[in-house]
Design a protein around this ligand. Sequence first.
Ligand SMILES: NC(=O)c1ccc[n+]([C@@H]2O[C@H](COP(=O)([O-])OP(=O)(O)OC[C@H]3O[C@@H](n4cnc5c(N)ncnc54)[C@H](OP(=O)(O)O)[C@@H]3O)[C@@H](O)[C@H]2O)c1
Length: 255
Amino acid sequence: MRQVALVTGASRGIGLAAAEALARSGFAIALNGLLDDAALRDAVRRLEAQGVPVMAAAFDVSDTTLHAEWLARIEDTLGPLTTLVNNAGVGVLRRGDLLDVTEESWDRCLSVNAKALFFLSQAFARRLVSRARPETLFHSIVNVTSSNARAVAVQRSEYCASKAAAAMVSMAFAVRLGPENIAVYDVQPGLIATDMTASVIETYRQRAANGLTLMPRVGEPADMGCIIATLASGKLPYTTGQVISADAGLLVPRF
Ligand SMILES: NC(=O)c1ccc[n+]([C@@H]2O[C@H](COP(=O)([O-])OP(=O)(O)OC[C@H]3O[C@@H](n4cnc5c(N)ncnc54)[C@H](OP(=O)(O)O)[C@@H]3O)[C@@H](O)[C@H]2O)c1
């Protein structure tokens, strides 16, 4: 019997790296992306080449009416889910003065980064708690929030607010699902080189080299994939509700 994971936002970036690392650990995987596009189909092919069962699950995570239906479809194809990786996320519509933030950008950040994460976790948890689960399989939710759950980036304040909300959702689900033996983790990436950060990553590379992070480099999606797969595989037993600061020491207090 193998573990089965749904990874949201897995067509590229951190989500794709997480899916690849989970596939290396033997998981069957449903790869979610917003669109059933070439990137998602390519991601499915890359994982199939690793010899694990894979399917595409293209849907908008912020449309909560789709959650239950998609989880059922995934289980019909891959078997009972053990793992949810809530990774799909969006940045702000425009970086800039907090005094100019629009409701549109606020609503989009909160909807995808926090509300979708809450209700997809709820739909996933409802399925798991309603059935007997083999004790030999590790069950978990791994949420990808951000260093910005704790640290203000004032030019992206609505993003920070959405990630702080997601971090609290992680803790709340950890409390609710602990008695069910379902672990919940909050991975908080720092500066990772993906499409989301492409316009600013060279600046951050310089700043990392100059001491912004304790280890002098920006992160790669594969770093995050390794952390997520380690957690989801149950390699940190007897833990739940933890924040993993995946940031090379960015937020270690110092002066
Ligand atoms: N990169 C960083 O430095 C960094 C730092 C801290 C936290 N994070 C967090 O890490 C997560 C992944 O970020 P990333 O850098 O890998 O981003 P990315 O390269 O921009 O990829 C985002 C992924 O999310 C998907 N997505 C976006 N909106 C969606 C929706 N409504 N429904 C379903 N899928 C959706 C995208 O799908 P499509 O390709 O179909 O659009 C894509 O697969 C995000 O939650 C982000 O906030 C990133």
